[in-house]
Design a protein around this ligand. Structure first.
Ligand SMILES: [Zn+2]
Length: 92
């Protein structure tokens, strides 16, 4: 097994804080709401910038809650991802 890298461990810690933040805000289902949105199915945090991007931040402003379907759609579609984040979190 590969040892977990620094980035992975930092993300795991940040994810716990984010979960609490989202819970406090009452966000418990997919925010993206794209076509074929699955609501609460396979929820996870989507990043405005990928974790491999130096601009990536594990903050509320740079993440959103996404279902499996929406996350999959935006994961490899930078334009769509940016569009969704602009709608949800505003311009960069
Ligand atoms: Zn969705």
């Amino acid at each position: 097994m590969l040892k977990k890298g620094k980035k992975t461990r930092a993300w795991e810690a940040a994810r716990k804080r984010l979960k609490a933040r989202y819970m406090n805000l009452g966000i418990t289902s997919c925010e993206m709401r794209l076509k074929d949105c699955m609501g609460t199915f396979g929820l996870s945090f989507a990043h405005r910038y990928k974790r491999s991007d130096s601009r990536c931040e594990h903050t509320f402003e740079k993440t959103c809650l996404a279902c499996a379907s929406c996350h999959g759609k935006t994961e490899y579609n930078r334009e769509l991802n940016e569009e969704v984040f602009t709608r949800l979190r505003g311009e960069e």
